[in-house]
Write a protein that binds this ligand. Structure first.
Ligand code: GLC
Length: 536
């Protein structure tokens, strides 16, 4: 049956783009990006062709974890603007035919949130049970051995009330008690507040952390721990994360979304594949898209990647829609991970796989990790475990718009230093260059969005060896494509045995060969990727 795009929802047909608001565009010279800044750059996103924006948190926050410590779930931090700016942003995004999704951080609030201030004020405060309070063990030590992601124990002693509270991240980010129905209701109302305004969905922060073991049992040691890893990795978090009951919460969130038309949620979940796909929920009534971070975490190796794609495709529940991510604000930049040449191949992979892609701001111009001198480090993960080189700042540096001072990001002093190469690696310079990575992104996006086979079609693996992977995308009634990617620096070739590869190169990572005919044999330079439009 001919593919009908109307049968797919906007988030299946679309492409997400993550904006880290501190670093996108400053409008008032304070060196920190803001909502009016984002508005002023929406035309770039429209031009690029992405269809949905996810903004990292812009709510009132003491910024201990740069907005992932929220002091008011229904407001805007003054550093980013005000609610009028937000309403305008939403309006302007919609006016351009795009969607806006927000970051929802349900697992923990800031310790400055009025709920926590109340909760810690006394043991009999009505909000005491909104957070996770436990007695010390008889010897005065922490209630169990759970560790915080950002270093040290997960428990903080509260002198005034003589109990510990649990925090999976910083001590300034106390975990909410999602077993408490009042917490659930308050948080669902937060979702409704933004949905009533018209936001199109949420990226839900650390979804797999929301429910903890009811008995608070000790986590076992992690046999795979190595010295360079974060101290958190010493234990396997089998009791502090991914508890069965979390799926009831995810489902309840989904039900809130379904009180509205056509909204969605993406869950942030770092788990092995079999556990990850459970977040689609029974009968796909959980997260619309549990983020798939497999490409972020693996070796850049053709065979391993090919096998992982197959495993992922195979593990998806029936009707579960796939998605792919190459970078985000918590991980090293793609270009630094795989190199400049392979960053192009990676872009081609991301934008030709089956499933919704998410692009991290700056990847479209090949931004690299920027080394931040130790006395300028801002990220608590970097500051708390200085010897482990885990700071996330290098991947959060300001966007490069043009060659003017501070790359057009700010007229003030940027909150994080910019990459030294901004004078030539920037949007303005790359925009009109046929060979730029930005042009490659734009063309890949255009092709994906205009070809049903690439947008929603089937995926079929065709070949994998130690250098190269090749796969086909097909949709009945439409042109088919074969994608061949050389993930190595050396030339590679293959001859298809079971299928007839005849067609024309539509897009190549190095555009010179576009338009060439392919007949049976594929021959690639190192670091080359091609998309072949197959003959009918
Ligand atoms: C998520 C966010 C990360 C944040 C953490 C705690 O992993 O992506 O940036 O530090 O949650 O909220």
């Amino acid at each position: 049956m001919e593919v009908n795009l109307q049968n797919y929802r906007w988030w299946q047909r679309g492409i997400f783009y993550q904006v880290y608001p501190r670093s996108f565009q400053d409008s008032n010279g304070d060196g920190i990006g803001d909502l009016p800044g984002i508005i002023s750059r929406l035309d770039h996103l429209k031009w690029l062709g992405v269809t949905a924006i996810w903004i990292s948190p812009m709510y009132p926050s003491p910024m201990k974890d740069f907005g992932y410590d929220i002091a008011d779930y229904s407001g805007i931090d003054s550093v980013y603007g005000n609610m009028e700016d937000f309403d305008k942003l939403l309006h302007e995004v919609h006016a351009r035919g795009m969607k806006l999704t927000l970051d929802f951080v349900p697992n923990h609030s800031s310790d400055q949130h009025p709920w926590f201030i109340e909760s810690r004020s006394s043991r009999d405060n009505p909000k005491r049970d909104w957070y996770i309070w436990r007695d010390a063990r008889p010897d005065g030590s922490e209630p169990n051995n759970w560790l915080a992601m950002f270093g040290g124990t997960g428990w903080e002693w509260d002198e005034q009330t003589g109990q510990y509270y649990y925090h999976a991240f910083l001590k300034e980010q106390p975990d909410l008690n999602w077993r408490n129905p009042e917490v659930q209701k308050a948080m669902y109302d937060v979702l409704r507040f933004w949905l009533d305004k018209g936001v199109d969905g949420f990226r839900v922060d650390v979804m797999w952390h929301m429910i903890k073991d009811a008995q608070f049992r000790d986590n076992p040691p992690n046999p795979r721990y190595e010295q360079h890893m974060a101290t958190y990795e010493q234990l396997s978090p089998v009791y502090s994360t991914d508890q069965a009951e979390v799926h009831d919460i995810v489902r309840a969130m989904r039900e809130v979304l379904e009180e509205y038309d056509d909204r969605m949620m993406i869950g942030e979940i770092y788990l092995p594949l079999d556990k990850l796909v459970a977040y689609y929920g029974t009968d796909n009534r959980g997260a619309h898209l549990p983020f798939n971070f497999l490409l972020l975490q693996m070796q850049w190796d053709a065979r391993q990647i090919a096998s992982m794609i197959d495993q992922y495709e195979g593990a998806l529940p029936a009707q579960g829609w796939p998605n792919w991510v190459l970078s985000n604000h918590d991980q090293p930049r793609l270009t630094s991970r795989v190199g400049k040449q392979q960053a192009r191949v990676a872009a081609m992979l991301l934008l030709t796989l089956r499933g919704t892609p998410t692009i991290y701001y700056g990847d479209e111009i090949g931004l690299q990790d920027v080394p931040i001198p130790f006395d300028e480090v801002q990220d608590p993960q970097g500051l708390n475990m200085p010897e482990k080189n885990l700071s996330r700042d290098p991947a959060r540096t300001p966007m490069h718009w043009d060659e003017t001072e501070n790359a057009g990001f700010t007229t003030g002093k940027p909150w994080l230093r910019l990459g030294r190469n901004y004078a030539h690696r920037n949007v303005a310079k790359q925009k009109d260059r046929h060979h730029s990575i930005l042009t490659l992104y734009k063309r890949l996006i255009e092709l994906r969005q205009s070809e049903p086979a690439l947008m929603v079609g089937n995926y079929m693996p065709v070949h994998a060896d130690k250098q190269m992977i090749a796969y086909m995308r097909t949709a009945e009634g439409h042109d088919s494509f074969l994608i061949a990617l050389n993930l190595s620096h050396k030339p590679s070739y293959f001859t298809a045995k079971h299928i007839d590869i005849k067609g024309t190169i539509e897009i190549a990572t190095v555009p010179g060969i576009e338009g060439s005919r392919i007949d049976g044999v594929i021959n690639l330079y190192g670091d080359d990727g091609i998309i072949i439009r197959l003959d009918k």
